[in-house]
Structures are given as C-alpha cells and as structure tokens.
Design a protein around this ligand. Sequence first.
Ligand code: PMP
Ligand code: GLN
Length: 385
Amino acid sequence: MRPFGTTVFAEMSALAVRTGAVNLGQGFPDSDGPPEMLAAAAEALRGGQNQYPPGPGVPALRTAVAAHQHRFWGLEYDPDGEIVVTAGATEAVAASILALCEPGDEVLCFEPYYDSYAASIALAGAVRRPVTLRPAADGRYAFDPAELRAAFGPRTRLVLLNSPHNPTGKVFTPQELALVAELCQEHGAYAVTDEVYEHLVFTDAAAPHVPLATLPGMRERTLRISSAGKTFSCTGWKVGWVSGPAPLVSAVLRVKQFLTFVNAAPLQPAVAVALGLGDDYFTGFRDDMQARRDLLVAGLTDAGFGVLAPEGTYFVTADVTPLGGRDGMEFCRSLPERCGVVAVPTQVFYDDPAAGRRLIRFAFCKRPEVLTEAVTRLRTLAGGR
Ligand code: PMP
Ligand code: GLN
C-alpha cells in the first residue's frame, strides 16, 4: 500500500476546516435524513440493540433491501443468502473484489474512478485496467467502445461499474450497459456494480438508471452494491449492502467477517425503515438535489468555469482553463485562499492524470444558502484573472 497517501477527500476537508472555506469538496450533505429513520435509530439505541448483529445483517434490513430492489428495479433477491449488509459501500466494494480476485487477476474500471477502487484492487493483489471517460462534444462523458473491448482479456476477472458515476455525474446509457454486459459474458467476467447514487438521476437525464443486473444473463454474474449514506443523507452511518447470487454473496460474507465482522447494529433497523418510505420521499429527495444542481451549475457557469452538467449524483465537474487555470490540483490548493471555497481535483481519480488535469469537482449536496455563498465567492475569480 506504499503508493497510497492520504485521500484527497481528507486532505481537502482538512483544508476547508483550516481556512474556514465553504467545503464543496467531500461529498456529504449538511442536513439530516428522514426524521422517521432518525427516530428509529434512537429507539433501537435505547431499546438494547447495541450488541453484535448477525453476520449477514439484521433480518429486517435484509428484507427491506430485497423489497426495495424489487419495488424500484424489479430485481428479486432472497434476503436469506443473497444479501449481506456491509460497513458502507466502501466495505462492500473491498469485500467483493477480495472475494472474487486472485493475485494477478484484472479488474476493469472506468476512470476517473472512486478512490477506494484502486486501493481495494491493490489489497487483493489484482491489477486495474482503466478505460477513460472523456467529455464528448455534447458535454457528456463517454468511453470509446473499442477501448473497452480492447481492455478485456484472458485475465479479466471482473468489471467494476459505478453508475450513476462519481465524479462525473454520468449515467451509463442502455447501449453502454448492453456492451458491458455483452463483453462480461463473452469473457466469463463478473460485474460488481456500485449504485450508491441509484436514486439520484435527474429528470433531464438522457436515460433512467438501469441496474446492470437487470440485463439478460447478468443477474447470475453480478454483485450489486448500494448504501444508505447518499440516499438517506447519513454518510457517517456506513450502512451498505451487497446483493447477488448465493455463491458470490457467500464468498463476500466470508471476506467481510474478517474485515469488520459486523457493524452498526442500531442503525440497521433504522435504514430498513428508510428503505420502506413512500415514493414521495425518493422523488422529493431527487427533486431537491436537482434544484441544488441547477443552482450550482448556473453559478459555476456564471463564474466562468467550463461546466459539464451532470445527469445524476451529488457532483458537477468543471474545466478550470477558461479561468486561466492549468492544473486542477494547483487550482484546488489555492482556491480557499483566493476565494474561500474548497473543491477536489479529479486528476487523482485517473491512472492517466493528463486526462483529468483541467478538471475539478464540486459537490452540491449542501443547503441552498451555502451553495449561494460559494457561488458569490467563486464569481470573484474572474475579476482577479
Ligand atoms: N462509491 C461511490 C461511487 C461513492 O461516491 C461513495 C461515497 N459515498 C462510496 C462508494 C462509499 O460509500 P459508503 O460511504 O457507503 O461507504
Ligand atoms: N463519497 C464521497 C465523495 O466522493 C466521500 C468519500 C470519502 O470521503 N471517502 O466525495
């Protein structure tokens, strides 16, 4: 693990605290999730649910995860044997890779990739094969199908697919998913899907969210991951889950028992309550976040950034070159001093930093007044060019 330093999220959040800047770096909301969920957690905490829960997770949560996936995506998973609760999606990703990969196996992922992917792949002694997402003429990020095809080979063990995608806000289209599915089947590869932003696809996205596991031939080779942090604004709870066919899920459980064993006993029943909330919660959450996206996208555009409008997630990426920036890392390190705002450079999420050199990421999962203040500060940049 020698090549891995402090994560960019920790570095930039510390910078925000130190400088008193508005933190649009690390993606965490600044208000609480549904009151029903918080009340259920308090009740569980006071009601004695404070010891080790069962290894795969409390039954109420596994049942709720199964019901939620059936309700929104038509997917059927048996709560007994096909679902495991994890310490956030982060542990779910790590345990899935450790469960499926032997040293030397290749893991295909799309860059920019979420930072824990590279570390988890390294922990398994596996090799990452990134395929680059590049901004296309229509302002959307896309990959070259030939590049994806060429990245598959005899050592490809799995494809790690994150859609809706952090940091780009890209939602993979049905055609793109169909190609991934076709290549997985052609090469006998598994898929591990990180769908933590499954409820954050905006109404103007070109396509709705489609779990890869719903495509023909994919359920039996896919481990599908999600977590409560984003959907219910409780990123500090670290309650996630993996769903898939029993043999794969049992391999994940075997790994998980030696990573954390179990986690979050009193929070698990509370997340079960949240997963069962009415459709109005989920659409309200999305609409609210979409309004925040619109506020930040308009503000960044006005401030002079080259904005790549996202179709989903908490994040928007922007090109710093119209503001005279050359390197996103330098730009982000000086931004708090220049105007009191923190963002993260996306080059750290690429194997090929040149591909993301000019891009930085802002999070819009913040209260509107906080976004407005950030935008006011960012507008001063153009004046100082
Ligand atoms: N995957 C992606 C794409 C993320 O953005 C995040 C951050 N929420 C995670 C995984 C980690 O999720 P968790 O906090 O549930 O571990
Ligand atoms: N998922 C969040 C982000 O992408 C934060 C993750 C972290 O701090 N490890 O900003």
